[in-house]
Design a protein around this ligand. Structure first.
Ligand code: FES
Ligand code: FE2
Length: 418
């Protein structure tokens, strides 16, 4: 397969002149000072994806989200009126962490009609209202109405639940996502509810991991062992036909690999047997036949197998042409560590063979992601020396260039406010 043409302006990078073409500073990825600024300048200002509506299936369903970079924990609940609400996970009495199960640092989920503090037993309804104060008469005319949980701004787009920790969000969720991202809302997310997820602790800055996912030309090198000897990576089309940037968000298309079209000797026998693997289940769900979401291929290319949308700051949605998707999320824990979450979403399996194809996909992709994880950690090891701080980025690294420029701009703008 020939490489895809560059845009008329000369190159992907030059198509966005503000990005420049010189070496890029990675000081944003190894300095503790930059990370400290990211807390306020980025993570307490932006809409952050925290989960899917399917996690809150009924009234009283809840989950917690630990957001170390913002030094907070949030509890997200479905109220009896069906509304999804988010609160700071902190008791109004003396600040105990309100919702947790065995270990207070770990996220939890469940179903409950109320939230009860483990310290002195104050209780809160699903709307956050304080409903019970232990030994209330001893509290000097306390008015329970003034001691509800502290709400966090919460909104939903395409079934994805977002929160915003700002006092007043600078933009609505929809405004902040912008037209490039909202154009994929017709993808049938609500029908792809069979989820496989994993999370890993990565000893590297969160932006290095995003970089590792937003260009694909490393794949034939880093992931070479996940394919048979005679597999021709360029014939399979790793080169991306389209990159696009809009505000702080970015996306690319990849033609993907269609193993169902490859000769027998280019695909692993196990994947051929179960009709699924690294590039997903081969057979789309019934409802997905002929579905084409135009927003998935904004460049208008016919041959689009994959579309990755990197939603600022830390959430990625990757859509596949055969009716499944996965998400990435990066939760910073320090300047050189973060939690990486990866969730894969399929249609509920019609029969055992669907299930096996999905499981084959899940384990293959997990291996794929762990290869990225371990490689990214080696970058952090060398970056930490400070011996080299600037790096040349090629044209297929245009989205990496944009990520670091965006982070830098947000920090600079925040510092200028102060
Ligand atoms: S801190 Fe929660 S009831 Fe006392
Ligand atoms: Fe990779």
């Amino acid at each position: 397969m020939a490489r895809f043409p560059k845009p008329a302006e000369g190159s992907w990078t030059e198509h966005y002149p503000g990005l420049g073409t010189g070496p890029v500073s990675y000081a944003d990825s190894f300095t503790p000072e930059f990370f400290e600024l990211e807390r306020e300048a980025i993570f307490r200002r932006t809409w952050l994806h925290v989960g899917r509506v399917e996690q809150l299936a009924r009234a009283g369903s809840y989950f917690t989200k630990e957001i170390a970079v913002a030094r907070t924990s949030v509890v997200v609940v479905r109220d009896t009126d069906g509304k999804v609400r988010a609160f700071h996970n902190i008791c109004r009495h003396r600040g105990n962490k309100l919702v947790w199960t065995d270990f207070p640092q770990q996220e939890t989920s469940g179903v409950s009609r109320q939230m009860v503090c483990k310290y002195h037993g104050w209780r809160y309804g699903l709307d956050g209202a304080c409903t019970f104060v232990q030994q209330e008469s001893e509290f000097f005319d306390i008015d329970r109405a003034e001691y509800g949980l502290v709400p966090v701004h919460c909104d939903i787009w395409a079934g994805f639940i977002f929160i915003n920790l700002g006092r007043v969000p600078e933009q609505s969720l929809r405004e902040s996502l912008g037209p490039m991202v909202t154009a994929i809302e017709d993808y049938p997310f609500e029908r792809l509810t069979h989820r496989y997820g994993f999370r890993s602790s990565v000893a590297a800055n969160w932006k290095l991991m995003v970089d590792g996912l937003q260009e694909q030309y490393h794949a034939p090198i880093v992931h070479r062992n996940q394919r048979p000897e005679n597999f021709d990576a360029h014939a399979a089309g790793f080169e991306a036909p389209h990159y696009q940037i809009e505000g702080p968000h970015r996306m690319f298309n990849s033609p993907g690999i269609r193993p169902w079209e490859l000769p027998d000797d280019q695909i692993k026998p196990s994947e051929r047997l179960v009709r699924g693997g690294l590039f997903g289940p081969w057979d789309p769900p019934d409802f997905f036949a002929d579905t084409q979401v135009a927003g998935m291929r904004p460049g208008g290319h016919e041959r689009v197998g994959v579309a990755l949308f990197e939603i600022w700051p830390n959430f990625g949605i990757q859509l596949w042409e055969r009716g499944w998707y996965h998400t990435y999320q990066h939760w910073p824990t320090s300047h050189d560590s973060h939690i990486f979450e990866w969730n894969m979403y399929f249609a509920p399996p019609r029969h055992a063979s669907d299930l096996i194809a999905q499981e084959m996909t899940a384990v293959s992709l997990k291996e794929f992601a762990l290869q990225d994880d371990s490689l990214i950690e080696t970058i952090q090891l060398t970056l930490g020396s400070g011996g080299l701080t600037e790096f040349p980025l090629g044209d297929q690294e245009v989205l990496c260039r944009h990520l670091h420029k965006t982070a830098d701009e947000w920090i600079t703008e925040f510092k200028n406010r102060a």
